[in-house]
Design a protein around this ligand. Sequence first.
Ligand code: ADP
Length: 162
Amino acid sequence: MRRAVYPGSYDPVTNGHLDIIERAAGQFDEVVVAVLINKSKKSLFTVEERLETLREVVTAWPNVRVDSWHGLLVDYCRTHEIQAIVKGLRAVSDFDYELQMAQMNQRLSGVETLFMAANPVYSFLASSLVKEIATYGGDVSALVPAAVEHRIVARMAELNSA
Ligand code: ADP
């Protein structure tokens, strides 16, 4: 069984993430999309909301599951018998940090990191940008799945009426 984890914040999941999920699902027997919990990062959606959205959008791929983890990614890999970490690379700006993480994770555990080149159609896309656009009432329908669009519009309305 070849298992991979695709870790991230997914606050929220975007079409760029989905592209990597689909391609990773074609390469591994099982892919776990893992929401890594980082309490020091301010998020728009709670971990439960992010998991619920992810579960909704990955139903198209029977070998993709969703989970969350609070701790070192390599410990998640060890506990769940996962051999590879999948990461998407959008631009050189992603590279320095991702290379350092990949080398550290390899050193800590032997788990390999496999980089997938972002689809150029989505290489400008980041969750943070989606949130910024939505904050100012911009249209994010081409950037995120419909399940996310509905939730982001609702969340912005809540925040604006608070
Ligand atoms: P973001 O960087 O957008 O806040 P995450 O922290 O959730 O997103 O990223 C999780 C993983 O997805 C990382 O490997 C990141 O490089 C990758 N990723 C994010 N956006 C894209 C995209 N548009 N295309 C390909 N990979 C992406």
